[in-house]
Write a protein that binds this ligand. Structure first.
Ligand SMILES: C[S@@+](CC[C@H](N)C(=O)[O-])C[C@H]1O[C@@H](n2cnc3c(N)ncnc32)[C@H](O)[C@@H]1O
Length: 212
């Protein structure tokens, strides 16, 4: 694997301590390596507006892995994954869980394929498709989305991907009261978890939804 930046490693380890998470060194190194790859390819692939790798640690890595305890299934799909967020950090944390990372943009999917090759992530499948047109491997235990769409649109476009046992997990900023008002009657909100993301000033919420 590539040379790991020791400053980023120390920085991430400090955040993990604040989160009360004990994570094996090999996984922490892969999380940092992912940040280094995002930083390396950001200009060419236009992956994220966050330019500083230390800021990526908080805004992308910590903000993704904070939902790890909420993934109790075996097979997830991350829709509108962009550069692999939250899918890649979660796949590093949960090597026995399968992840499909889906995005409509080819260059983002090419980046994710490069990442899975370099980091050795056999539990990740990268797929270029619009989610409305993707019908393989259903049903999933869960659909993940972060910075993708309103909850209503996400449910509309992704409802074919889970059955009544599956859960939609939407990562949101402030408590999404207005978006929750628009949820169609054939879905129910099971839980809204307020997430504590160390180092991040903004509020974060995880909305869990199921089909009725
Ligand atoms: C704002 S980015 C968010 C990326 C990532 N989830 C994150 O948290 O940084 C939204 C992504 O959704 C993708 N996207 C938008 N509509 C889509 C669709 N209908 N099907 C699949 N991907 C879509 C875009 O290409 C883009 O990469």
């Amino acid at each position: 694997m590539m040379q790991i930046d020791s400053e980023l490693l120390t920085c991430l380890q400090a955040y993990l301590v604040k989160m009360g998470l004990s994570v094996e060194q090999a996984k922490v190194e892969k999380l940092v390596a992912f940040v280094q790859l995002m930083d390396k390819w950001n200009k060419a692939y236009n992956l994220t507006s966050v330019r500083d790798p230390k800021e990526m640690l908080i805004k992308h890595i910590v903000d993704s892995i904070v939902i790890t305890p909420h993934l109790t299934g075996r097979h997830y799909i991350d829709v509108g994954t962009g550069p692999g967020l939250p899918g890649i950090p979660l796949a590093i944390m949960l090597p026995d869980t399968q992840f499909v990372l889906l995005d409509s943009l080819g260059k983002r999917i090419r980046f994710i394929k490069q990442v899975t090759h370099e980091l050795g992530l056999p539990n990740v499948q990268a797929v270029q498709s619009r989610v409305e047109e993707f019908h393989q491997h259903v049903p999933y235990d869960g659909v993940l989305s972060r910075a993708f769409a309103s909850i209503k649109d996400m449910l509309h476009w992704c409802q074919h991907l889970v059955d009544s046992q599956g859960t939609f997990l939407a990562l949101k900023g402030q408590f999404p009261a207005e978006e929750m008002d628009e949820i169609p009657a054939n879905f129910k909100v099971c839980e809204v978890v307020k997430l504590d993301v160390p180092g991040l000033d903004a509020q974060r919420h995880l909305v869990k939804i199921q089909k009725i």
